[in-house]
Design a protein around this ligand. Structure first.
Ligand code: C2E
Ligand code: CA
Ligand code: CA
Length: 735
């Protein structure tokens, strides 16, 4: 059916083109013919005037007779006076009685026109008694040199002549209509019988014209006047009658509509051979369809397989993905026994690479790492890219020693330098491991355990941790804390304590560090080391941080009111610092309490901000420009090197208490502290040692050049009231 419709449309299109062509061709043939006759009438007319044909009829008749012999399409010639009286005719015309053009209704109008025109006038098609023929009359007024009409020469195109009027044969089944401006038919190639010839006296119905105009409008958006000069043709139906299909053009010079028409039936007939072919093809088609369905179902199968592959694999590294793990875990387990280990690898600080060098470099690094991991894995190991910079390995586990080797090898391969586009990277990763005995553990549980272990490994970085029950408890504790944190602020469970900081040089008080405390009604005292990381990851740190700033500022104002102008250090977590409202809140609160920013120290933990180094650096510069002081907390524990110091707007380095603790016994820690202090000095950055618990520690630190002390030896963190009392009775320390 579709094929038939297609063929039908095709045939119709072809017919439109063909008829349009016929219409145009006939139009121009007609113009040529009439122009030629104009020339002919003009030259014959001139000769007739020369001969004084109106009076010298014999000579003139000879002339027109010879012209007639040369133009077989013409019915005859007639010469008349300007008053319409026919004076002379070619010999083939027999006039039984005098004839006057102006007195005949069929000819009067055209004759008058001819008298007024200097051009050829084509009259209405009519039956001329003198010829006993249907003719298309054409007349030309013969003028003297002054332009006065001396005579009118008429001739007629013989509609019944064997020679086609414009010497063009119409194709089989095509008819041509030429319609005058006044809707009368000038010529209709289908008219044959005498009765049919009467149609020349019946103008086309105005509705037909209206329909044509409407069709022009809908086809081209043109009005009829514009169409006339456009040279376009338009396809209409029932110009002739319903069974016909027409293409209509317009002859501008002679103002004719020229319609070429074909019966629909002939169009239908054109389909028949196609239909036969189609029917015979139907059998073949059936066979083809059957083959095609088979092909399609196979294709669908491969498509399904492709889609399944895409869904189960990571596009970047081509490694199987987490969906693959879910889908094939059971199968893997059945095939590879029931003692196995799941390794959860998370790259350390991978974000830095993406942020600093762009994702395409990051991607290349991941591809290289994936390749290395694959090389480490035996055939039975399932290696998965679990997401971003996380990979999972599932491997049979029999021996602790073997596992240890495998992990060492993996860490070694990860640490190997990676070169991408002229850049070099050293990557590290943290691995959490969970093992299953007798296949008793579900995939979800294994993932959870390995994740917890990985979290432990992250504390050290570039290392691994094996899951143990304590981690479970830790994670349960985290959930508990997170839950309790939701209401801690509104229930006013937080408060602040302050720990003094002492000048090494003279033993005077330099300032205090504000430290938060949380007393939960049922969970009891929860140290900040436990809940601050939870608050950071749950997003509650911003509200808590604001509480710290507001409370510490308020309390320190109260302390300063009693005459002590000391500086206040507040701990700000990276997440809090990155909050877009942090700086404005800080400025607004310090203004509110009339605290000078130069007396406020922002303590930032260096180990945490390596991943957003640039952004944090910019923020710190802004804070420094606002007048605040910046202290780098827990220095030495983190990842960044001493060179970070020169890149940041730092006013103080806090040496972590873990180094201070063993300073008297551990040469390594001592050396480290000495170099930190030395670099601080060379950069003009004072150092503060925290966790000073003994006088000996303070003395040693002082000898290395340490500037400030903080620790239990001097004072424990205390509430504001105790701090006020402490300050009131303060006497400088003597070292
Ligand atoms: P931090 O900033 O390094 O704070 C110093 C920690 O060392 C405090 O523990 C303090 O009580 C403790 N400390 C002081 N002197 C000694 C000493 O002589 N020996 C020993 N062993 N410890 C000493 P705290 O108050 O438990 O705070 C732990 C950590 O929690 C802080 O480490 C800080 O990172 C975080 N933290 C505390 N308060 C806040 C806060 O208000 N906001 C934020 N974001 N973090 C806070
Ligand atoms: Ca601190
Ligand atoms: Ca610290």
């Amino acid at each position: 059916m579709v094929a038939m419709t297609y063929i039908w449309i095709n045939i119709k299109e072809k017919s439109i083109i063909e008829l349009s062509h016929i219409s145009r061709l006939n139009s121009s043939a007609m113009t040529n013919l009439l122009n030629n006759y104009q020339g002919l009438l003009k030259s014959v007319g001139e000769r007739v005037l020369e001969l004084d044909g109106l009076n010298n009829t014999d000579e003139a008749r000879k002339l027109v007779d010879s012209m007639l012999a040369d133009n077989p399409g013409l019915a005859g010639f007639g010469l008349s006076t300007p008053q319409g009286d026919l004076v002379l005719t070619s010999s083939n015309i027999v006039l039984k009685q005098p004839f006057n053009f102006l007195k005949m209704p069929e000819t009067a109008v055209d004759f008058k026109k001819a008298l007024e025109s200097r051009h050829l006038i084509v009259g209405h098609t009519y039956f001329f008694e003198g010829f006993k023929k249907w003719v298309i009359p054409i007349r030309y007024a013969l003028r003297n040199e002054q332009g006065k009409v001396m005579a009118v020469l008429s001739t007629g195109l013989d509609l019944d002549s064997n020679v086609h009027i414009w010497n063009l044969d119409l194709p089989e089944g095509v008819i041509l209509h030429v319609v005058r401006q006044d809707r009368s038919i000038q010529y209709d190639s289908s008219i044959v019988t005498p009765e049919e010839h009467q149609m020349y006296y019946e103008p086309i119905a105005p509705e037909v014209f209206d329909r044509i105009k409407a069709k022009i409008e809908t086809t081209y958006g043109l009005d009829f006047e514009a169409f006339k000069t456009s040279g376009l043709t338009v396809q209409t139906e029932n110009f002739h009658n319903d069974a016909w299909f027409d293409v209509i053009g317009y002859n501008r010079q002679y103002n004719y509509l020229i319609a070429a028409s074909k019966m629909y039936r002939t169009l239908y007939m054109a389909i028949v051979p196609y239909a036969a072919i189609i029917l015979s093809s139907l059998l073949i088609l059936n066979i083809l369809l059957a083959l095609m369905f088979r092909y399609i179902s196979r294709l669908q199968k491969t498509t399904k397989e492709t889609l399944s592959y895409q869904a189960h694999h990571d596009q970047l590294t081509t490694l199987p993905n987490r969906y693959y793990l879910k889908e094939y875990f059971g199968r893997w387990q059945r095939r590879h026994g029931h003692d196995y280990a799941l390794l959860y690898l998370d790259l350390d600080n991978f974000k830095v690479i993406n942020d600093h060098y762009g994702h395409s470099i990051g991607d290349s690094v991941l591809v290289e790492l994936a390749k290395r991991l694959k090389e480490c894995c035996k055939e039975e190991t399932m290696l998965i890219r679990h997401g971003g910079d996380e990979f999972i390995m599932l491997l049979p586990y029999t021996d602790r020693q073997d596992l240890q080797h495998f992990i060492d090898h993996i860490i070694y391969r990860i640490n190997e330098r990676i070169r991408v586009e002229g850049l070099e990277f050293t990557i590290s990763g943290s691995i959490g491991i969970a093992t299953a005995r007798n296949g008793a553990t579900s995939l979800d549980e294994l993932l959870r355990r390995a994740d917890l272990a990985m979290y432990e490994a992250k504390k050290e970085r570039n290392s691994f941790a094996l899951f143990n029950e304590a981690m479970h408890q830790l994670s349960a504790r985290r959930s508990e804390i997170e839950e309790a944190l939701h209401t801690a602020l509104e229930r006013q469970e937080f408060y602040m304590v302050y720990q003094p900081q002492i000048h090494a040089e003279n033993g005077y008080i330099a300032g205090v560090e504000a430290l938060i405390r949380w007393e939960h009604p049922t969970l009891g005292f929860i140290p900040p080391d436990q809940f601050i990381p939870v608050a950071e990851s749950s997003g509650q740190i911003n509200a808590i941080g604001n509480f710290v700033i507001d409370t510490a500022f308020k309390k320190i104002t109260a302390v300063q009111a009693i005459g002590q102008s000391i500086r206040l250090s507040v701990n700000v977590s990276v997440r809090q610092l990155l909050n877009q409202h942090f700086r404005s809140y800080l400025n607004e609160r310090s203004a509110h309490y009339s605290l000078s920013p130069s007396n406020i120290v922002i303590e930032i933990t260096e180990s945490l901000f390596i991943e957003d180094f640039e952004q944090i650096r910019n923020l710190l510069v802004l804070l420094r420009d606002d007048g605040y002081r910046i202290s780098l907390d827990d220095f030495g524990t983190g990842y960044s090197s001493l060179s970070v110091l020169s890149k940041l707007p730092i006013n103080e380095v806090k040496v972590d208490k873990s180094f201070v603790r063993d300073i008297l016994v551990d040469n390594h820690d001592r050396a480290l502290i000495q170099s930190i202090i030395g670099i601080g000095h060379s950069l003009d950055i004072p150092t503060l040692a925290e966790g000073v618990e003994e006088l000996e520690q303070a003395l040693a630190l002082k000898s290395y050049g340490c500037d400030l002390f903080q620790g239990y030896y001097f004072a424990k963190p205390m509430k504001q009231k105790e701090l006020s009392a402490y300050l009131n009775s303060f006497k400088p320390y003597k070292f």
